[in-house]
Design a protein around this ligand. Structure first.
Ligand code: NAD
Ligand code: TYD
Length: 358
């Protein structure tokens, strides 16, 4: 039985990944989830797995070397799947320090603790150990409108403090591969959407604002392009890259689903209007007049688009969920989980929203 150390498992992608893994492997794996429970971490995301005998939650900071080494000392960890990070570009523009702290120094601590635990003492590592570093396509910078794509060979050119911190963490992982032959694989994924996403990101923010009758803020001209991937497809890619990826390699993960932000907003408006029953009084007010163009994000990357050819040809992964299906599943989830949304949007979120969208 393999033991997984998952960092950031109480966040959006991490919690979906944990669900994916228990659905797939059931009692054949053990997962230890280490999460600091920042504003983005939420144990409600893991309610249905919390009582499993093969699941353990540890509240800890990935920057805390003693806490992380203790987990390695007490468990024979086979896989590290490293999600924990500060993940929101807008927050990184306002407060870059915590991004460097968590994303760069936290990754360094994870690498050092795994390296120490897996070291045979003769410059080799114990057989079968793997460190999967979860990263983003934002490290590649921005593409012009057109037909160019991000490949694994595209030079890094990060623009936001978030993407710069993720790029630094990728380089640290690569340096451990190049210097120590450390057994790591990196995945660089495009924008995810799906259940449990915190409503600071475009898709859940728009869903929540529509359902609560608020304006829909669109940055700049609304024509920036993102390549959207359903989160469960990402979870599958991570699992496959971890098991089948060549050590030391990086793999781009993407949905082949480029859309302008304004298209996304209109699709969500149309889909919610279609899905709400006629008896719901909110329905009458759901239309494109809710859209409000607001000041552009500083340094706003124009376009992201992934070429996932390498992960397809080497590993056999492809996106499976069409956007039309994935967005319905996502909206349905938010319809059915109003309490989750109410809990995460009370308190600090109100302050964040006022400051961000004033
Ligand atoms: P998220 O913000 O929803 O979750 C991050 C999690 O990390 C939270 O549970 C938080 O409590 C935890 N965390 C933060 N700081 C920590 C610390 N110091 N110690 C321990 N835990 C800490 O993020 P997400 O969207 O789920 O992203 C997960 C990973 O995937 C990140 O590394 C991100 O860069 C990467 N990624 C995200 C996307 C996307 O579209 N969301 C796309 C590609 C890659
Ligand atoms: P976001 O979900 O923050 O992801 P990322 O910045 O990592 O791509 O934003 C997706 C796109 O939507 C991005 O181009 C910024 C834009 N956006 C808005 O137009 N309005 C908003 O309120 C938010 C949060 C994002």
């Amino acid at each position: 039985m393999k033991t997984y150390l998952v960092t950031g498992g109480a966040g959006f992608i991490g919690s979906n990944y944990i669900h994916y893994m228990f659905n797939k492997y059931d009692n054949d794996i053990k997962i230890i989830n280490v999460d600091l429970l920042t504003y983005a971490g939420n144990l409600e995301n893991l309610k249905d797995v919390e009582n499993r005998d093969n699941y353990t939650f540890v509240k800890a900071d990935i920057c805390d070397k003693d806490a992380i080494s203790k987990i390695f000392a007490e468990n024979d960890i086979d896989r590290v799947v490293h999600f924990a990070a500060e993940s929101h570009v807008d927050r990184s523009i306002k407060n870059p320090e915590v991004f460097v702290q968590t994303n760069v120094l936290g990754t360094l601590v994870m690498l050092n603790c795994a390296k120490a635990a897996w070291d045979n003492g003769d410059g080799t590592f114990k057989d079968g150990k793997r460190f999967l570093h979860v990263s983003t396509d934002e490290v590649y910078g921005s593409l012009p409108d057109g037909n160019d794509y991000f490949y694994e060979t595209t030079p890094y050119d990060p623009h936001s403090p978030y993407s710069a911190s993720k790029a630094s963490s990728d380089f640290l992982v690569k340096s451990y591969v190049d210097t120590y032959h450390f057994p790591a694989v990196i995945t660089n994924c495009s924008n995810n959407y799906g259940p449990y996403q915190f409503p600071e990101k475009l898709i859940p923010l728009i869903i929540n604002n529509i359902l609560s009758g608020k304006k829909l803020p669109v940055y700049g001209d609304g024509k920036n392009v993102r390549d959207w991937l359903y989160v469960m497809d990402h979870a599958k890619a991570i699992d496959m890259a971890c098991e089948k990826g060549r050590l030391g390699e990086k793999y781009n993960v993407g949905g082949h689903n480029e859309k302008q932000n304004i298209e996304i907003v209109k699709i969500i408006i149309d889909t919610i209007a279609e899905m709400l029953p006629d008896t719901d009084e909110r329905k009458a007010h759901i239309n494109y007049d809710l859209i409000t163009y607001v000041e552009d994000r500083k340094g706003h990357d124009r376009r992201y688009a992934i070429a996932p050819d390498k992960i397809k040809s080497e590993i056999g992964w492809e996106p499976e969920t069409m956007f039309a299906e994935g967005i319905k599943l996502t909206i349905k989830w938010y319809f059915e989980n109003t309490e989750w949304m109410n809990n995460v949007t009370s308190g600090d979120y109100q302050k964040y929203y006022q400051e961000m969208y004033k």
